[in-house]
Design a protein around this ligand. Structure first.
Ligand SMILES: CCCCCCCCCCCCCCCCCCCCCCCC(=O)SCCNC(=O)CCNC(=O)[C@H](O)C(C)(C)COP(=O)(O)OP(=O)(O)OC[C@H]1O[C@@H](n2cnc3c(N)ncnc32)[C@H](O)[C@@H]1OP(=O)(O)O
Ligand SMILES: NC(=O)C1=CN([C@@H]2O[C@H](COP(=O)(O)OP(=O)(O)OC[C@H]3O[C@@H](n4cnc5c(N)ncnc54)[C@H](OP(=O)(O)O)[C@@H]3O)[C@@H](O)[C@H]2O)C=CC1
Length: 497
């Protein structure tokens, strides 16, 4: 019997960010392994045109929850969606709901965040720092609370090269930042943002670092743990391989490469691609929840959920495997044949951006205009180039994360728990994982049918023929021009003939 699964039985669990990528995988695993848990409270913000219940049903109706419905048929009764907006005072939770949360919650998993790299500092601070502070305040009023698990990111200290499982101080105290956001206007915030974030690459990583400091400073007597996942990718094994439902991290670029838009990316092939499957993160999170509640460590423990130091894979290997998978499992209606490559310096990056990204987009838009349609490729390409520039920082550096606490926790688990809540990335076969990832992107993100693969292959053959024809025509035109202008070229031509 799994001790961790048994621990969550009968518990009331509060999850923020349950509608997000990690939140869904976390809820799924909780219900599948502990179907006898009492209730999962989820803080959900109303979305245009959808009630809270509709949002919950949409999640439960997805393929991700198929197994859960078998082991926990009344799962919908155990999820209690609470209307909340983490950007508002007291999260805009009604008095009755707040009372219920405060008096019943046993465990908190705080996953909600803005993960946009370019978010305005005010908004990123509000969600990643102030909301964390408010949640801690709520937690301190929960008499039955056993553990508060805060999800951060391994990149919260990406300004360092070697990162230990400790909370590092920030140059400016989070409290001062929170206060200043209240009275500074947007224009001034824009102006001081680069100075404030200093050597952090964006507002996301900076505010996640501030969030950790807040957790450490304002955690009081709570049992708190911080989990730092690296780049969360599709699921490895559970509930099935390859599940992913958003474009963050590599997923968006896998689509862009598979559809033939992405032809080159400035990346260092030997740099470590510190991906971590979402189910591995969730298994560690649930194990940490159990350990923190049962063993009550004296200080706030930080757990790195990374792959680089135990089972490293680099961007070169990952890129090649992604491309190899496209050969077997192509995406439908590709714009060009998938054929991306890495560039390593500014000049080649600009050259290939012009030749492989901008020029084909301009030519295609010209064709669309000629045929009476609205041009759209240049706009799409500009967005892709913007995304690439945002991600570049992370694919041209390597970090070392120590994993003492994570390894300690692994050794504390019973063999059964090590199996059911496996977070040992040494067992991960990268080539198999990446293939399943690409397949998952095709099935769950693009919603393409596997039956369409033969047609997709045919389409790629047609694109290849067009490519050859285009190149031949280009060569002939160039050659014709050369012959017209150069005696040497004419002589070569007569010689060949
Ligand atoms: C030798 C052979 C080589 C071959 C190589 C080819 C293979 C290629 C695959 C492998 C490449 C791997 C590179 C992966 C790099 C991953 C690095 C990630 C590092 C993360 C570190 C931190 C981890 C975390 O802690 S948190 C999670 C990370 N957060 C994110 O990933 C969010 C990033 N996204 C953003 O910040 C924004 O979306 C932004 C700034 C990129 C774009 O903002 P903008 O306002 O312009 O647009 P949006 O409204 O957001 O979207 C517009 C449009 O773009 C689509 N889109 C969004 N995100 C991505 C994306 N990541 N990739 C591609 N496309 C994206 C979005 O869907 C929209 O499309 P529409 O059609 O308009 O709807
Ligand atoms: N994805 C990754 O690669 C990594 C993620 N992390 C961390 O993991 C955690 C989860 O990330 P992930 O699941 O990928 O993120 P998502 O963007 O998929 O999910 C974010 C969640 O936060 C919720 N949320 C955002 N704003 C509010 C708000 N104002 N009020 C209430 N809820 C809100 C979203 O709700 P809604 O559905 O309404 O938008 C959503 O449920 C984050 O803390 C992130 O920093 C760490 C490392 C890597």
């Amino acid at each position: 019997m799994s001790m961790i699964a048994a621990f969550y039985g009968g518990k009331s669990i509060l999850i923020t960010g349950a509608t997000g990528f990690m939140g869904k995988v976390l809820m799924e695993k909780l219900f599948r392994t502990s179907p006898d848990l009492k209730v999962v409270y989820i803080l959900v913000r109303p979305k245009q045109g959808q009630t809270l219940q509709q949002r919950v049903f949409q999640i439960l109706d997805s393929k991700l929850f198929e197994k859960v419905k078998e082991v926990c048929p009344n799962v919908h009764e155990k999820i209690r969606a609470i209307s909340a907006d983490l950007n508002q005072n007291d999260f805009a939770i009604s008095k009755e709901d707040m009372k219920e949360l405060l008096s019943h919650t046993n465990i908190i998993f705080h996953c909600a965040a803005t993960v946009r790299f370019d978010d305005h500092l005010r908004h990123a601070v509000q969600l990643n720092v102030t909301a964390t502070q408010q949640l801690l305040l709520m937690a301190s009023q929960m008499p039955k609370l056993e553990a508060f698990i805060h999800i951060s990111t391994a990149f919260s200290n990406c300004n360092l090269k070697h990162i230990d499982e400790v909370v590092y101080p920030c140059p400016v105290e989070p409290k001062k930042i929170i206060d200043s956001m209240e009275w500074l206007d947007d224009a001034i915030i824009d102006e001081i943002t680069p100075k404030l974030i200093g050597d952090w690459p964006n507002t996301y990583t900076y505010t996640k670092a501030l969030g950790e400091v807040v957790v450490q400073q304002e955690g009081g007597n709570l049992n708190i743990a911080i989990i730092r996942p690296s780049i969360m990718g599709a699921t490895w094994q559970e509930p099935f391989p390859g599940w992913v439902d958003n474009l963050n991290g590599p997923s968006g670029l896998i689509i862009a490469a598979g559809k033939g838009f992405l032809r080159s990316i400035r990346a260092t092939p030997m740099a470590v691609a510190d991906l971590i499957p979402a189910d591995t993160v969730v298994n560690l999170t649930l194990a940490v929840g159990w350990y923190t509640a049962v063993h009550r460590p004296k200080s706030t423990l930080v757990y790195h959920c990374t792959s680089g130091n135990l089972n490293p894979c680099n961007w070169g290997k990952m890129g090649l495997q992604v491309l190899a998978t496209f050969e077997k499992i192509p995406f439908e209606r590709a714009f060009r044949r998938p054929n991306a490559d890495f560039t390593t310096n500014n000049i080649t990056t600009h050259y290939w951006n012009a030749v492989s990204h901008r020029a084909p987009a301009i030519i295609y838009d010209f064709y669309l205009r000629l045929t009476g349609r609205k041009p759209r490729m240049t706009k799409l390409m500009n967005r892709l180039l913007r995304t690439l520039s945002m991600l570049e920082y992370f694919v041209n550096r390597s970090w070392e994360w120590s994993t003492y606490n994570t390894e300690m926790l692994m050794s504390e688990l019973s063999p059964e728990d090590q199996r059911v809540f496996n977070f040992d990335v040494r067992q991960l076969n990268w080539l198999e994982y990446i293939e399943n990832y690409v397949l998952g992107v095709k099935k769950y993100l693009l919603k393409e049918d596997m039956a369409g693969i033969p047609e997709a292959k045919q389409h790629l053959k047609r694109l290849r023929n067009i490519h050859y024809l285009f190149n031949t025509a280009l060569f002939l035109i160039a050659w014709r021009l050369l012959i017209a202008r150069s005696q040497v070229a004419r002589n070569v031509w007569f010689f060949i003939m």
